[in-house]
Design a protein around this ligand. Structure first.
Ligand SMILES: N[C@@H](CCC(=O)N[C@@H](CS)C(=O)NCC(=O)O)C(=O)O
Length: 245
């Protein structure tokens, strides 16, 4: 046990949420840095062994708390860090109205429950199928169909997220809940905005303007700018000008 949090992290993936929450709440942590492609290929390294012994799914984020407890699932890491370290800070949900709090929880769970699985289907379609040996259809073709449906579902679920942001009454800012200062849900939305449906530069602007505005506003925070843009070099310029794909 190290006495501080340990985050298993790879560049520009889901652990950026947890890293960003650790940073904005100024919580001490160590990072075990892994190469994402190497992990998905299950390449045997000491860090990979450490990761799978903590999380057999070998997914990001995986966080070990100072008392040695393992936390997985991005939303769970954010809820835990909030409860332990955000109370009394501007990031606390104490400041939210009952309807803002309800939307906060809804989006925090909506993203991993509905958007993330579409991304998994696009990235790892083979996980969702078994093609019988007797089939005349190749695994490649079936994977292509799963991926295609994943792309469609990703668009649908992003549009649903946009609709959730539309439900905010008396919005006073571009933040997800319309609040004066950001909350942890804004960080999650900023992460997911980087996994935009295609065409990459344009689809979000056209279909999810509130999601984009939320991400842009959130990235004005210098700590978050550092985590998202400097350290993780996200490819999609959420903050930048609209470009052709
Ligand atoms: N249920 C997890 C999903 C996390 C997840 O899928 N993370 C991706 C990176 S963005 C990953 O580690 N994928 C590797 C894999 O599934 O093998 C969560 O909500 O955090």
């Amino acid at each position: 046990m190290s006495g501080v949090y340990t985050l298993f992290h790879a560049d520009a993936v889901g652990s950026v949420l947890t890293l960003a929450v650790l940073r904005v709440l100024d919580v001490k942590h160590n990072i075990v840095l892994l190469d994402y492609d190497s992990v998905t290929k299950k390449e045997d390294t000491p860090e990979y062994r450490q990761l799978i012994s903590a999380n057999p799914l070998a997914q990001f984020p995986t966080l070990v708390t100072p008392d040695g407890t393992v936390l997985t699932e991005g939303a769970a890491t954010a809820f835990y860090l909030h409860d332990k370290h955000a109370i009394g800070t501007p990031w606390s949900t104490e400041h939210l109205s009952p309807s803002q709090l309800a939307l906060y929880y809804r989006i925090m769970v909506f993203i991993p429950a509905n958007i993330y699985p579409t991304i998994t289907a696009i990235e790892f379609p083979e996980r969702f199928i078994v093609v019988p040996k007797s089939s005349h259809v190749s695994e490649e073709a079936v994977c292509g169909w799963v991926e295609e449906k994943g792309q469609e579902n990703r668009q649908t679920t992003f549009k649903l997220l946009e609709k959730l942001l539309d439900t905010v009454e008396k919005r006073t800012s571009a933040y997800a809940l319309g609040t004066a200062t950001p909350s942890l849900v804004d960080i999650y939305i900023t992460l997911i905005a980087h996994y935009s449906p295609r065409p990459r530069y344009g689809w979000m602007e056209e279909n999810c303007p509130k999601v984009m505005a939320c991400a842009r506003e959130t990235l004005k925070d210098p700590v978050l700018q550092q985590v998202f843009e400097v350290e993780n070099e996200f490819e999609v310029p959420v903050r930048g000008p609209v470009k052709a794909d």
